[in-house]
Design a protein. Structure first.
Length: 260
């Protein structure tokens, strides 16, 4: 069982929307509708552009690496969107995840020009401002397992080492994927499985900076928990005491990371 918390404690309306999403589908983790970005009216040019962009985004079969970043429209009616799937998710499953995210996001945020939805396997966001190549940390959320690790000192030492190594691997990825996954033995009977990822439009240093900040959030919110995750617009991290990802062509499962 996990607890879910927004890192924006003042967005009560967003938390309410999160509850609605959770009741509809437990695999959706968090949604944010940003009223500060402005609103659009029904049947406006912006809504037409948004619907066109999101439909084309999820129907694009030429992309097989799980990252979509497109714009549509002109001037104040321009819509920019980013779709990112976890690095081990297959192309068909990725498009299905983003399609579901599109439907839920436009229903839950029916008038906002800027919105984001975090799914277990994908993230979808759109905005009327430029969002490409920018390292952004908000809106974010974290989830944590309610159970504590045994041998906490050793667990945290192995976890921090694992996430540090994965951060370097992911940040050095290319313009298609900045993703890394591996596991490390925390004790004779416990293994930590970890995944870190950035949107591939980020420069290496910005990806690294985003992930380091996300790791710091885990240290603050979820220290000693056997599982946790942090989702940010530009990066995400997750670790569990069970395997939750598959080996991929881009990130084959390496040997367990040794204790350092």
């Amino acid at each position: 069982m996990a607890a879910v918390v927004s890192s924006r404690s003042f967005v009560c309306c967003v938390l309410f929307l999160f509850i609605v999403v959770s009741q509809a589908s437990a695999q959706y983790n968090y949604v944010s509708c940003d009223n500060n970005g402005g609103n659009y009216t029904a049947d406006s040019t912006y809504q037409t552009n948004l619907n066109t962009l999101l439909s084309n985004l999820t129907s694009n079969t030429q992309i097989n690496y799980g990252f979509y970043n497109f714009s549509y429209g002109e001037n104040s009616d321009t819509v920019n969107a980013i779709g990112l799937c976890r690095g081990d998710v297959e192309p068909d499953e990725c498009r299905s995840c983003l399609s579901d995210a599109r439907d839920n996001l436009t229903q839950l945020c029916p008038n906002q020009k800027e919105a984001i939805l975090y799914h277990d396997r994908c993230m979808l966001r759109y905005s009327n401002r430029s969002i490409f190549g920018l390292m952004e940390t908000q809106p974010s959320y974290y989830m944590l397992n309610v159970n504590n690790a045994t041998e906490v000192y050793q667990f945290n030492q192995v976890l921090n080492n694992l996430l540090r190594i994965l951060t370097g691997m992911a940040a050095s990825g290319d313009s298609r994927r900045k993703y890394a996954a591996a596991n490390a033995g925390a004790s004779n009977y416990q293994t930590i499985y970890g995944v870190v990822q950035c949107t591939p439009d980020l420069p290496q240093q910005e990806c690294y900076r985003c992930l380091v900040g996300a790791i710091a959030e885990i240290s603050a919110c979820c220290s000693s928990r056997i599982g946790a995750r942090v989702g940010r617009p530009s990066c995400n991290i997750r670790y569990e005491n069970y395997s939750f990802y598959e080996p991929t062509e881009y990130a084959p499962a390496p040997a367990p990371v040794p204790l350092m």
